[in-house]
Design a protein around this ligand. Structure first.
Ligand SMILES: [Zn+2]
Length: 65
């Protein structure tokens, strides 16, 4: 049985204007706004998952070249 609800609710912020929206984040990492087409009122289409951004440990993975 396939679980079609393969996402969790989160908050997403527009990368352009910082507006926050309720959103769903899917297991593949994509973010969909709830109740809107996937576009901010400013026209932005890139969103940051706030639950990820506020991770207390910050960047656990540091790019070491
Ligand atoms: Zn925006």
């Amino acid at each position: 049985m396939i679980n079609r609800d393969d996402f969790h609710r989160t908050a997403a912020a527009c990368e352009r204007c910082g507006a926050t929206y309720a959103a769903r984040k899917f297991s593949d990492g994509s973010i969909r706004l709830i109740g809107r087409s996937n576009e901010c009122r400013c026209g932005g289409r890139e969103f940051v998952d706030l639950s990820e951004a506020e991770r207390p440990n910050g960047s656990g993975r540091t790019a070491t070249d």
